[in-house]
Design a protein around this ligand. Structure first.
Ligand SMILES: [Zn+2]
Length: 243
């Protein structure tokens, strides 16, 4: 399960791993917290509602290209995640984790990724709390039913990077503990990003950045059910039994 803030985050930050693991038979899920209605680049949208509708369709198209099993866009306001009530957002994400029952959760690092976007930072904080609380019987117990039970996720990864963007506020990324080879999926990752047609002014910059750095996706192991000394991993599912 991958928890993001905006439509296009899934392709830009996690698109290689989503394809890699879908190809290995892993069921994948992307939860995007906002429909991206505050974007600078707005395509033909006349207002925020039209832009949200366009970007939901673009997200669905990108998820199809990335072979995402379950792509969900929630309805939080783009650019405003820091104003949301954390306990409520984490409640919704905790329920999604208890429903989907992932083995691995991916999200941004608290620095907000290479762009340092505040929404990315908040997605990281919310997802991290949901990761920890989904497995506890004393968190949101009103969610429990025949179908919904506590679920402990094996591992939590924060996306991290080996490059920074010029002309941006400084970001202090998490150390790289996992390097996943996704070069074989680079072209489809770019294609999935291009499915976000309202964001066309970003395509050239994204593509040149990906051709420079996109052969690997890098992560920081932020939590694990097995507390072992950190070793550099090449597989996000390393150490997890198949079931
Ligand atoms: Zn974003």
């Amino acid at each position: 399960m991958c928890i993001t803030a905006h439509p296009d985050d899934e392709a830009g930050n996690f698109g290689g791993c989503l394809q890699l693991y879908a190809g290995r038979g892993v069921e994948t899920c992307v939860i995007c917290l906002t429909p991206g209605q505050a974007a600078t680049h707005r395509g033909s949208a006349a207002n925020d509602i039209e832009l949200a509708a366009l970007r939901r369709r673009e997200f669905a198209a990108a998820c199809a290209i990335l072979k995402v099993t379950n792509g969900i866009v929630l309805d939080y306001p783009d650019g405003q995640l820091h104003r949301m009530e954390a306990y409520k957002v984490v409640c919704e994400l905790t329920l999604k984790i208890r429903e989907f029952r992932p083995q691995v959760v991916l999200t941004f690092g608290p620095e907000g990724g290479v762009t340092g976007h505040t929404d990315h930072s908040m997605a990281s904080i919310f997802a991290t709390l949901a990761f920890h609380w989904a497995g506890r019987s004393n968190r949101y117990p009103d969610q429990f039913s025949d179908r919904i039970r506590p679920h402990r996720v094996h591992k939590l990864y924060h996306a991290t990077a080996n490059f920074t963007l010029p002309d941006r506020q400084p970001v202090t990324p998490s150390p790289i503990t996992a390097v996943i080879e996704v070069g074989a999926y680079l072209e489809t990752k770019i294609e999935a990003f291009r499915a976000h047609t309202t964001q066309a002014p970003l395509f050239q910059m994204f593509e040149s950045r990906m051709r420079q750095y996109g052969g690997q996706e890098r992560f920081h192991l932020a939590a694990s059910m097995v507390a072992a000394p950190v070793q550099t991993e090449t597989d996000l599912f390393g150490g997890i039994e198949k079931n």
